[in-house]
Design a binder for this molecule. Structure first.
Ligand SMILES: O=C(CO)[C@H](O)[C@H](O)COP(=O)(O)O
Length: 221
């Protein structure tokens, strides 16, 4: 059973003709975009997508979903993935290094739906290290500041390339493992006060609905 596909396809059924969609990044939103693309073809829907990464842009292009930007249109519905989801619908995101544009797109959407398989549901955020996008020149100062905050920070390395991962914005990612995240809201704000931090992967107070694919069917938060 493909739990990510089930969640992604369910979210695609929420899409209405004429909407502007925020297109999240990752292996779960892959299925959302795929199903939206099929609906565009079969039902002749007129939609616009606002992608959160080159990955999503290319996928939207493959499925003939016309793309635009936030400077032209506002978003009716954004659908995005997550690395962790807590009971208050706070998230850790950025496993795909796209969290900066994802946060901008998700935050500005009238409605934000998160899709994930059941492994992403947690009681408390923090087992997944918090991705922090940094200006390259600020890497060591940010690592020091994160260490002072109690984290174990590591520069994310490429899998198919030597050296650090470079984001779509030309920056590095530092993955910061904290012993505990007691207040996601405070942590999200504090991380962004470190000079050189572009954006961090904690998302609070913006999710309307979560759709989990589980072995027993769909579950909504
Ligand atoms: O935040 C993200 C990318 O920056 C992804 O949405 C998150 O990593 C979940 O990915 P997947 O659906 O592949 O598990």
């Amino acid at each position: 059973m493909n739990l990510k596909l089930n969640a992604g396809y369910a979210a695609a059924e929420l899409v209405k003709d004429g909407q502007v969609l925020g297109l999240g990044t990752g292996s779960t939103t892959h299925y959302f975009i795929e199903k939206v693309g099929q609906r565009v073809k079969e039902e002749e829907l007129e939609l616009f997508g606002i992608p959160t990464s080159y990955q999503s842009f290319l996928l939207a292009k493959k499925w003939n979903i016309p793309c635009t930007t936030l400077n032209e249109y506002s978003i009716d519905l954004a659908v995005d993935g997550a690395d962790e989801v807590d009971p208050q619908k706070n998230l850790v995101k950025g496993g795909g290094a796209a969290h900066t544009l994802e946060k901008i797109v998700d935050y500005s959407a009238k409605e934000l739906v998160i899709i994930a398989d059941e492994s992403k549901e947690v009681e408390k955020l923090g087992a997944f290290p918090v991705p922090v996008e940094v200006i390259k020149e600020a890497t060591q100062p940010v690592i020091s500041a994160l260490t002072d905050m109690g984290a174990e920070p590591v520069i994310r390395m490429g899998v198919q390339k030597d050296g650090p991962v470079i984001t779509d914005n030309g920056n590095f990612i530092i993955d910061a493992k904290f012993p505990t995240i007691d207040s996601p809201v405070d942590m999200e704000i504090e991380l962004n006060t470190i000079p050189g931090v572009v954006e961090n992967g904690i998302f609070t107070e913006m999710v309307d609905k979560v759709i989990f694919g589980t072995k027993n069917g769909l579950k909504e938060l």
